[in-house]
Structure formats: structure tokens, C-alpha cells
Design a protein around this ligand. Structure first.
Ligand SMILES: Cc1cc2nc3c(=O)[nH]c(=O)nc-3n(C[C@H](O)[C@H](O)[C@H](O)COP(=O)(O)OP(=O)(O)OC[C@H]3O[C@@H](n4cnc5c(N)ncnc54)[C@H](O)[C@@H]3O)c2cc1C
Length: 575
């Protein structure tokens, strides 16, 4: 059995920032970080547009209060405001700290960090490194992990959270290289496992965003919060779904329908293309439904709209958003200097996740915490994004709450003993789980079940939701769950068996899908990204509360937790 003081699962921004903080706070602690990819291949590396902080380098009238207000309004008043206050207040400090670690931000002519406009933000406060911000930050954080001597297990798949007697005791992990199974015991376990974009068939997320951490938490009997809130990013490149960053609109690009109109004037006249993502995605979906989408031959009635950068000019496009130009050019042969880019909404971000308090401690119920278990980043729900996240607030959340959770864990483990773990029991159970998958005489291919699942979620729990669609979706998921018991694997080997990993990931996806659909079906209102045709209005009287969904193979049980309102009373949300 391996032993560390702290084991962090996830090598993206949240996991790496927590590890650095622990190592800085107490260099004597034995910290390990495990990831199923190499850490610098975590999805964080793909983040493009930037990280919000009121540095006031461009806009001296900005303030943390304005940032907090924009975030709470963007969240459709579901965010917990104590958590938002910390996010906005600590933002300038964490960005300067990143700069000191070596992150190469884009600059103003006078040398200070440049800042640009972003959707839903009332001031120009998004700091960036061209349109490769995640790349710039993650590489520097991983360098710092090495400097501080954090042990890295890369390309290990964590299969199980060990939770006993009300406390987390470690994890069971599988080395993808050779199939070795290992039990790790630790005084504290932290999940920073990222999002679940692969639940849907069109997503900006990487292949590893399969919601494993969420599923492991749910299987262990702990609740997941606000799973119905799935963010659709307005500008996924058609047809592939990869992201064309909001920074492109921040720098001035237009959204145009088949009639040549900047249609956002009809949906959010004061913010136009820089309205929050829920509103902009619904507007695009609405235009397409109304027959004002565009076909590849340019005629009306198709399934995308145009993102037009041409008026920005070549120099601005190439200096501020070069990666987006390159993506459109490489993937769909569009030269955005001379042609508009075809876009439509794509699944992008999970607002919900593992419920945590402001120290990153995981909640086991409405008023209780689980001992020794922590989470931060996209897999967690603290909740700073409520029902809809603003762009450039997620990298910020990872860094602010990664740091805060790391600092808390460094104190938490002091004078704690290692837990007692029955290594053999966990090894045997993991071995049996793998053996069953390898040997089951099934009739379905993994891809068959996964494709059907992703199509089901896309059709039954998309931008516009109805109870009939969602009920049908849940019934289909039950059938897919049964089909999952009958998948077969060609690869029986232990060396780099990616088929086995895909089978384990598919289990995570299906559990997460069930939690999303059940939570959505039971929220009888429209708020942020969750839009129901039968309840088109927000209902603060009955639903100004967080969903807490408890999974078991027999069914999902829902409870609700009040929203923490400390700064701003809910108002009608208009842009
Ligand atoms: C294309 C794109 C662009 C974006 N641009 C921006 C932006 O400009 N600004 C912004 O604020 N936000 C942006 N976001 C959102 C933001 O990047 C993410 O929310 C954030 O980076 C998530 O970081 P994380 O540390 O929580 O998880 P991730 O970076 O997703 O890392 C998850 C880690 O967990 C590991 N892991 C998962 N499951 C397991 C397992 N079973 N076993 C072992 N390891 C596991 C993975 O290997 C990985 O290391 C963007 C997102 C995308 C997809």
C-alpha cells in the first residue's frame, strides 16, 4: 500500500494550485498528485480567453464589488454570495501571484497586465495570454510542482474513493501503462477531476472530461449539487464543436443570422454579443429554430450562425486571438480574416458538482461535512457560478479555491495519523470489477452504447427542456444502463488497455447523466442555463435553492439547500 499525507486527484489548474500551496505552507508534508492524463494535458491547458481580476489596469472604475455583482447576476442569483465575495476579493492577489510564478500574461504598452472585455462582465477585467491563457498558467504551475518536489503519478486512473466511517481514507488507482492496481492511503484526499462535457455529443471539452470524480463521489453515497445546470457555450465551431473563445466577441466580433442581422439586439440590447452565455446560447438556438440559421452553402434554414471577425482586421485578429483563427483554418478551412466562422452552441462547463464549503471541505448532507475529503475546480460546487458561469471566472475559481483548499488541507493534516485501510479488500474488489469487464460475454461495443448515451442526453436535456423529453431520456438511460452490463472488450491485456479505461469512463458518464436529468426534471422553473418550456420563468418563491442529489443504483433522492445571500437581493435579470 502506498502512503502519502495528501493525495490530490487531478492535475489541472485546481489540483496543481492546491499542491503548490500545500508545499509552500509546509515543505515537510508528503504531497502526491495523480492524473489519468499527464498534468499538462489536463483540460485546463485548452482554456483560451482569460482569467478575471479587478486589477484596474485598463478600467480604473472597476472594483471587487462590481465583479461580485456581475458574477451573482450572471449566476441568476443562485450563487452563494459568501463564496463569490472571496472569489472577487482574492482575484487580483492570485493573478499577481501567478505572474510571480512566471506566467507570461499579455501586456499593455506600459508593461502592466492587459485586460479585455468578456461576456456578462461590466468592466474590462479579463487578464489573458493571447488566447492561450490556460496553456500559459498550467505549464508554469506544473513547473512549480516539480520545484516543490510534489510526487506526480501521471497516467494512473483513479477508480474508487475509499470512504469509511464518515471519512475519506484514500483511493484505489490503476496504472494505465501496465495494469498495476494500488491502494493509496492518505490523511486527506482532494478531488480536482474537472468537468463532464463528454456526457453530450457536441462539446468543447477534451476526451478525458468524463466526470469520474463526480461519479466516484456519488457511488460513495455523497450528494452532488446543482447538476441540472449545464453550460452551453454559444460559439462552438460548426460542425466539430471545439471552442471559439468568447475573447473573439470580447475583441469585437459580431453574431450574424441568415438575414445578415446582428440578432443579439433582440435578446440583450445593452450587451449585444457580450451577454452572458445562457442568454446568447438560447438566442442562437432560437434563431436556428426560427429558420434563420445558415446552411454550408450560405442559404437560410441551416443549423449554425456566423461569427464575423472581418471588420476587426488582420492585425488585431492575429495578435489577440491567433489560436481561434488557426482552429477555424485548420479544422474547417475558414480564413476568418476574410470569411465569417460557422458556430453553434456546444456543451462547455458544469456549474454543479461535489458540494463544498469555502475551505473546500466536502458536504455529506445539508448541514454536515465529510472528514478528510476536499474538492476544488470544475468538479466542485462551492457555488460561485450558481445557474450560469461568466467567462473567465472558472480559471479564477480554480486558482482562488485551489489555493484556499490547499492552505486549509496543510493545516488539517497536522498531527493526524494515517487511517487504517484494509488494503487486500480494496485490491480484491477492484480486481473483480476489472475482471468482470474483461470477461463479460457481452453483445455491445463501448462506442455503440456511449454514442447512444451522448445522443440521448443531447436530445433529452439540451438548451430547451420539456418534462416529456426528460422523462423519456431517463427511461432510455435505464436501458443504456442495462446495455452497459453487456458491453464486450476486445483488448484483454494489461498493457495500455485504453478500451478498459473507456469502459470505466462510460460508467461515470451514465451515472452523471442520470443525476443531471433527475435534477433537471425536478426543478420546476427556468433559471440560468436550465430552461424549461413548461416553466419559462424563474421562481424565487419555490426554487431559490440548491439541489442536492443522492445517487444509488435503486434511484436518486433529492434534497434542497438554501442559497447564501449576503450582498445582493435577487432582482429581475436584464441585459
Ligand atoms: C476549450 C475550453 C476553453 C476554456 N477557456 C476558459 C477561459 O478562457 N477562462 C476560464 O475561466 N475558463 C475557461 N474554460 C473552463 C476552464 O478551463 C475549466 O473549467 C478549468 O480549467 C478546469 O480545471 P480543473 O483543474 O478543475 O480540471 P481539469 O483541467 O479538467 O483537470 C482535470 C484533471 O483530473 C484528472 N482526472 C480526471 N478523472 C480522473 C481519474 N479518474 N483518475 C485520475 N485522474 C483523473 C485529469 O487527468 C486532469 O488532470 C475553458 C474550458 C474549455 C474546455
Amino acid at each position: 500500500m502506498l502512503e502519502h499525507d495528501i493525495i490530490i486527484v487531478g492535475g489541472g489548474l485546481a489540483g496543481c494550485r492546491a499542491a503548490v500551496e500545500i508545499a509552500r505552507t509546509d515543505p515537510n508534508l508528503n504531497v502526491a498528485l495523480v492524473a489519468k492524463t499527464h498534468p499538462i494535458r489536463s483540460h485546463s491547458v485548452a482554456a483560451q480567453g482569460g482569467i478575471a481580476a479587478t486589477l484596474k489596469n485598463v478600467d480604473s472604475a472597476d472594483s471587487w464589488e462590481a465583479h461580485a455583482f456581475d458574477t451573482v447576476k450572471g449566476s441568476d442569483y443562485l450563487a452563494d454570495q459568501d463564496a463569490v465575495e472571496i472569489l472577487a476579493r482574492e482575484a487580483p492577489d492570485v493573478v499577481i501571484d501567478l505572474e510571480h510564478m512566471g506566467v507570461l500574461f499579455s501586456r499593455l504598452p506600459d508593461g502592466r497586465i492587459a485586460q479585455r472585455a468578456f461576456g456578462g462582465h461590466s468592466h474590462n477585467r479579463t487578464c489573458y495570454a493571447a488566447d492561450k491563457t490556460g496553456h500559459a498558467i498550467l505549464h508554469e504551475l506544473v513547473n512549480n510542482l516539480r520545484r516543490y518536489g510534489v510526487q506526480i503519478y501521471d497516467e494512473w486512473y483513479v477508480m474508487r474513493l475509499i470512504l469509511e466511517d464518515g471519512g475519506a481514507k484514500g483511493v484505489v488507482m490503476y496504472r494505465i501503462l501496465d495494469g498495476e492496481l494500488v491502494v493509496v492511503r492518505a490523511k486527506a484526499v482532494m478531488f480536482a477531476t474537472g468537468g463532464y462535457g463528454r456526457v453530450y455529443n457536441t462539446t468543447s471539452n477534451d476526451y478525458a472530461s468524463t466526470g469520474d470524480g463526480l461519479a466516484m463521489t456519488a457511488i460513495a453515497g455523497l450528494p452532488l449539487e446543482d447538476m441540472e445546470f449545464v453550460q452551453f457555450h454559444p460559439t462552438g465551431l460548426y460542425p466539430v464543436g471545439v471552442l471559439i473563445s468568447e475573447a473573439v466577441r470580447g475583441e469585437g466580433a459580431y453574431l450574424i443570422n441568415s438575414e445578415g442581422d446582428r440578432f443579439m439586439a433582440n435578446y440583450a440590447p445593452s450587451r449585444m454579443e457580450l451577454a452572458p452565455r445562457d442568454i446568447t446560447s438560447r438566442a442562437i438556438a432560437q434563431e436556428i429554430l426560427a429558420g434563420r440559421g445558415i446552411h454550408p452553402d450560405g442559404s437560410a434554414g441551416g443549423s449554425f450562425v456566423h461569427l464575423d471577425l472581418r471588420h476587426m482586421g488582420k492585425e488585431k485578429i492575429m495578435s489577440r486571438v491567433p489560436f481561434c483563427w488557426e482552429e477555424a483554418h485548420r479544422l474547417v478551412s475558414i480564413d476568418a480574416v476574410h470569411q465569417p466562422i460557422p458556430v453553434r452552441p456546444t456543451v462547455h462547463y458544469s456549474m454543479g458538482g461535489i458540494p463544498v464549503n469555502i475551505d473546500g471541505q466536502v458536504r455529506s448532507g445539508l448541514d454536515s461535512l465529510i472528514d478528510g475529503f476536499f474538492a476544488a475546480g470544475e468538479c466542485a460546487c462551492v457555488s460561485v457560478h450558481g445557474a450560469n458561469r461568466l467567462g473567465s471566472n472558472s480559471l479564477l475559481e480554480c486558482v482562488v479555491y485551489g489555493r484556499k483548499t490547499g492552505a486549509f488541507i496543510a493545516q488539517f493534516v497536522q498531527n493526524r495519523k494515517h487511517p487504517v485501510v484494509d488494503e487486500q479488500r480494496y485490491l480484491t474488489e477492484a480486481q473483480q470489477q476489472i475482471q468482470a469487464l474483461l470477461e463479460q460475454p457481452g453483445q455491445y461495443r463501448i462506442a455503440q452504447v456511449r454514442d447512444a448515451f451522448q445522443d440521448c442526453m443531447t436530445k433529452h436535456c439540451g438548451v430547451f427542456r420539456t418534462p416529456e423529453l426528460m422523462r423519456e431520456g431517463l427511461e432510455q438511460l435505464q436501458k443504456l444502463q442495462q446495455q452497459y452490463q453487456q458491453i464486450y472488450l476486445d483488448d484483454q491485456g494489461s498493457c495500455w488497455n485504453t478500451e478498459l479505461i473507456e469502459a470505466l469512463e462510460l460508467r461515470s458518464l451514465i451515472i452523471v447523466g442520470q443525476l443531471i436529468l433527475t435534477s433537471a426534471l425536478n426543478r420546476l422553473e427556468s433559471r440560468g442555463s436550465h430552461f424549461r418550456e413548461d416553466y419559462a420563468q424563474r421562481d424565487d418563491t419555490n426554487f431559490l435553492k440548491h439541489t442536492m442529489a443522492y445517487y444509488s443504483p435503486a434511484g436518486i433522492d433529492l434534497q434542497y439547500r438554501p442559497v447564501n445571500i449576503t450582498l445582493f437581493e435577487p432582482q429581475e435579470r436584464k441585459y
